[in-house]
Design a protein around this ligand. Structure first.
Ligand code: FE2
Ligand code: FE2
Length: 274
């Protein structure tokens, strides 16, 4: 099966680019399953119910999030009733919503998606992500209840992301890092067959600081005195993510490659999708 993961949509530029382009990507590349991280979709901070629905309508099967999940308080209300909306699984017990789900792809495959947040340099600091991964994999093992397993590991430190991927190697189809908004060039298939990339990058305006207007972040580095709010940058967005072909037989990764489309970064499409 063929899966596309798109990194954090940032602001109006990011989300509209995803909404406009995703239907075409799904038909052009005959995608079986699409996951989009939406934690920054509302002005850079959180996601609203309306934005969530529009992303699903554009063709995303699941919307994942991260540390910004509750920035729009509305998410606390819709998270519990939206099966395709995930927040990190390692929030404390009793947190609204859920951190993993099982979904049916366009080719009929059962895809387990889990959203887990790292703890190194991350706020809030959640429960042990390794234990959370273990729990989600035990509840829905690859090759038994699931034909494919994707984990969006939302974290700052590449060491934590890499170690988590080694920890679940052979038990997941893909571990994809999110949160830094900068795509990395270390996509690979680990020894046990799990595809990995440290960060998918973002869907947003790259003429920015991580998708935000660059003026205020720069000001805070220079002066330490806030002059204004962080605002999402509104120039043309570049979509960033990763494409994976997953074996229908084993659920492990056969190929992995980055996906980038837009005016700012060098464009690339997985060669095995041609
Ligand atoms: Fe983000
Ligand atoms: Fe984040």
């Amino acid at each position: 099966m063929r899966l596309l993961f798109l990194g954090d949509m940032v602001g109006k530029a990011g989300r509209t680019a995803v909404w406009e382009q995703l239907p075409g990507l799904i038909s052009d590349y005959r995608l079986d399953f699409v996951i989009v991280n939406g934690e920054n979709a509302a002005g850079g901070f959180g996601i609203t119910e309306q934005i969530f629905h529009a992303t699903i309508e554009a063709g995303a099967d699941v919307v994942t999030t991260g540390n910004h999940v509750w920035d729009q308080r509305d998410a606390l209300n819709f998270a519990p009733r939206e099966d395709r909306f995930l927040r990190p699984a390692n929030f404390p017990k009793g947190t609204p919503g859920k951190g993993a789900g099982l979904y049916i792809a366009r080719n009929g495959a059962r895809v387990m998606v889990a959203n887990i947040m790292g703890r190194v340099f991350m706020h809030p600091e959640l429960d042990d992500p390794f234990q959370a991964g273990e729990q989600e994999l035990a509840a829905c093992p690859l090759g038994e209840q699931a034909d494919a397993v994707v984990i969006d590991f939302h974290a700052e430190a590449t060491s934590e992301k890499m170690c988590f991927a080694h920890f679940v190697d052979g038990r997941a189809s893909l571990v994809v890092g999110t949160h830094t908004h900068q795509p990395t060039a270390d996509h690979q298939i680990l020894n046990g067959g799990t595809a990995y990339i440290s960060d998918a990058g973002m869907c947003g305006d790259y003429d920015s600081s991580l998708g935000m207007d660059k003026e205020e972040p720069l000001n805070r580095f220079l002066s330490k005195v806030p002059k204004g709010r962080f605002e999402a940058a509104n120039g043309p967005a570049t979509l960033c993510g990763v494409g994976v072909d997953i074996s229908d037989r084993t659920g492990l990764a056969e190929r992995v490659a980055p996906f980038r489309r837009g005016p700012r970064l060098e464009e690339t499409v997985p060669s095995f999708w041609a």
